[in-house]
Ligand binder design. Structure first.
Ligand SMILES: NC(=O)c1ccc[n+]([C@@H]2O[C@H](COP(=O)([O-])OP(=O)(O)OC[C@H]3O[C@@H](n4cnc5c(N)ncnc54)[C@H](OP(=O)(O)O)[C@@H]3O)[C@@H](O)[C@H]2O)c1
Length: 186
């Protein structure tokens, strides 16, 4: 059975975007980017909220020429090869390959997808992932904490959910980013 995995990059106070809707402070350097690439490589299907999809679809058309950083070229290839399901009540047409739109996030359908998938599944951004966590669907969280306090914005983890976290692995990076890999027991 496939696992459902949420991997937010958040400020130290737990936000994926600040009050101005910015997240430039979360941009990974090459070391973190390469680590993220290795986490994404085995993922077969990404479940995206519409807002996260609109950020990530950049990778569909980004220049992958030899003048680009190796980590960026690698990530673009990983992203293009994976299946994507975008959850949205407003988006009419996907602007990437291997992508379909769903109008409702149906936990029973996700359970069936987990049962039938040979490869693990990811979920993002924060709003959609929060729904998945609340529904007890998320098995693991890779929490990347960036050494910055932004004081408010969009929380990486949902309100009104209680869960136990089992620390499976941890790593720190030269930039001061810390990676915490948790198993989730809702
Ligand atoms: N920290 C970082 O490294 C980083 C990286 C990338 C992005 N970000 C930020 O994170 C944001 C994405 O997270 P988010 O929490 O704002 O949004 P999100 O979860 O990606 O998307 C929310 C949207 O998903 C759709 N949706 C959610 N639940 C649904 C349901 N049950 N059924 C159908 N559709 C559903 C709705 O789209 P419709 O409105 O179309 O119905 C909703 O407006 C980005 O906009 C960006 O600002 C941060």
């Amino acid at each position: 059975m496939a696992k459902l995995i949420y991997s937010p990059i958040a400020s130290a106070d737990g936000y994926v975007e600040d009050k101005e809707g910015k997240f430039d402070w979360a941009a990974p350097d090459d070391e973190v980017h390469a680590f993220v690439n290795d986490l994404e490589r085995p993922i077969g299907t990404h479940l995206y909220g519409r807002r996260m999809y609109e950020t990530m679809v950049f990778w569909e058309t980004v220049n992958t020429g030899g003048d680009q950083a190796a980590v960026s070229r690698d990530f673009a290839q990983i992203w293009r090869a994976a299946e994507k399901i975008v959850y949205s009540r407003t988006l009419q047409t996907p602007s990437s390959g291997r992508t379909r739109i769903e109008r409702d996030f149906d936990p029973a359908a996700i359970r069936r997808l987990k049962e039938s998938s040979a490869r693990d599944i990811s979920v993002g951004g924060a709003e959609l992932a929060g729904e998945a966590i609340a529904a007890g669907l998320v098995d693991e969280v890779h929490l990347f904490l960036v050494p910055v306090i932004v004081g408010g914005g969009k929380r990486a983890l949902p309100d009104d959910v209680r869960a136990r976290l089992d620390l499976l692995a941890e790593r720190d990076f030269r930039s001061g980013v810390v990676h915490l890999h948790y198993g989730l027991r809702v």
